[in-house]
Design a binder for this molecule. Structure first.
Ligand SMILES: *[C@@H]1O[C@H](CO)[C@@H](O)[C@H](O)[C@H]1NC(C)=O
Length: 461
């Protein structure tokens, strides 16, 4: 009797599974982590249209799609967690999966539906392209330094799917837990917040690089074949006396030969480089006064007609650029409007009242109109306030578009997973600590820069 009952139970379970495996496609909600500026808003719009068309063709369904920059708080929504209570309120009755996408994620909806059917939406589940650190890294505060490979987190560009029960638990957790003040790597911080009880499910069709099996993959975008000409971009490098010998020498031997306009701003005059003495003493922590003085210096030169440029690139003396890739990226943006581009970090975003900023070591690009506004409206609370954070707060206050590009990097290549670095191609790295900057440059950037310089010489002939 007992045996019969358990067999019956099994039979019912099978039927039940059989009935529920076909996922109702209208229960999938897409959230595109879109950005405000015109270029990225348009990219998000194109992805949205594509999703609508695919769902119409394959399923005669119209999906729910949210564009963060239109519907949610565009200052904090890129960090995902602040969206959860809103998404729960909108969709917990009908949705089964919420899928987060970047504007450069591509989706094959049929493969996505097939992938999702494999998982249980009634449990706490999250699905993505799973990666782990190979060594402890500063961008993750050296977490899991004893066994860095043990902790899994997703590549958000490959899409991340979350079930409603998971979102509901996280919402409650959000109310009760103390949150980090800094947002540095959203994917890692999200995984930490979700916690080890619900490990990320690695879905092989959530890809980084495209192949025929992929439900999602990241795309490389390029707005031009001919990069922004060298003379349109002015580089300002922050340095100080103690680094003239080593760090400036590295710049000289790597990316400097590929730029047309560059100045080194220091606390001392050095005719060998040469440097401009900006008359601000070097500070150990932040460099607000120094950086702001550089912006004033450049703004004045432009106003006087002594300098002609469309873009200002502000960099540390240990920032390593691919000049060609940076100039290729700049083709996408309109230099006649105020805009700043770099790698976005956040401060106090999850508590509310915080702001995003572009982290300085990765290099920050300002259009000249943005530069002008910053010089008119921004001040440093103290000489050693963190320049990048103060600029970020000021950009937010002035309503200037702050564009995140995942091609910029505040740390060294070994601080990121190879999947994260695969798409888009990196254009900057930062820091010489425990690394050989010449080798980093030669491995990642040299080839593209050399052909860029050759092409430009050719164009001038
Ligand atoms: C860097 O390169 C410039 C231009 O080629 C040169 O004048 C300068 O002496 C070099 N400085 C260092 C520190 O190598």
């Amino acid at each position: 009797m007992k045996k019969l009952r358990s067999m019956l139970y099994l039979l019912i379970t099978f039927c039940f599974i059989g009935l529920t495996t076909t996922l109702d496609v209208s229960s999938i909600v897409f959230v595109i982590l879109s950005q405000n500026d015109k270029v990225h808003a348009q990219r998000a719009e194109i992805l949205k249209e594509d999703l609508i068309n695919q769902m119409k063709t394959h399923y005669h369904a119209r999906p729910e799609i949210h564009l963060c920059h239109e519907e949610f708080n565009s200052i904090s929504s890129w960090t995902i967690l602040p969206l959860l209570p809103i998404l729960d309120k909108l969709h917990s009755d009908t949705a089964k999966w919420i899928i987060f996408l970047e504007d450069y994620t591509a989706v094959d909806t049929r493969k996505l539906v097939m992938a999702l059917e494999k998982y249980n939406h009634k449990q706490e589940t999250w699905i993505g392209h799973s990666v782990h650190d190979n060594e402890a890294t500063i961008i993750h505060h050296f977490a899991f330094h004893e066994n860095p490979k043990s902790f899994k987190y997703p590549v958000i560009a490959s899409g991340v799917a979350m079930s409603i029960p998971l979102i509901q638990r996280l919402m409650n957790k959000l109310k009760h837990e103390k949150l980090n003040s800094f947002t540095i790597d959203v994917a890692h911080e999200l995984a930490l917040f979700i916690g080890g009880e619900v490990p990320l499910k690695d879905e092989p069709t959530f890809c980084v690089q495209k192949n025929i099996l992929c439900a999602t993959f990241a795309t490389e975008y390029q707005c031009c074949d001919i990069p922004m000409p060298k003379h349109s971009v002015y580089y300002a490098v922050k340095t100080c006396g103690k680094y003239h010998e080593d760090r400036v020498k590295v710049i000289n031997e790597t990316w400097r030969p590929h730029v047309a306009k560059i100045d080194f701003f220091s606390d001392t005059k050095d005719y060998n480089i040469p440097t401009i003495d900006i008359k601000i003493p070097n500070t150990e922590r932040g460099h607000c006064q120094k950086s702001l003085s550089i912006l004033h210096y450049v703004n004045k030169k432009i106003k006087n007609g002594e300098l002609n440029a469309k873009w200002l690139v502000l960099a540390d003396d240990d920032t390593i650029f691919s000049v060609s890739r940076l100039h290729t990226l700049l083709c996408c943006y309109d230099s006649s409007i105020p805009v700043a581009i770099g790698q976005k970090y956040g401060y106090n975003l999850l508590m509310g009242g915080g702001y995003s900023y572009l982290t300085g070591g990765a290099g920050i690009v300002f259009s000249i109109p943005a530069l002008k506004i910053l010089t008119e409206r921004c001040t440093c609370p103290s000489i050693d306030s963190p320049d990048d954070m103060i600029f970020g707060a000021c950009l937010v206050k002035e309503g200037i578009d702050m564009v995140h590009s995942p091609a910029f990097h505040q740390a060294r290549p070994m601080d990121y997973t190879s999947d994260y670095l695969a798409v888009p191609k990196p254009l900057s790295f930062h820091k010489h600590w425990n690394a050989d900057p010449l080798q980093i440059y030669n491995t990642w950037f040299q080839k593209d820069d050399v052909s860029f310089s050759k092409m430009e010489i050719h164009d001038e002939l």
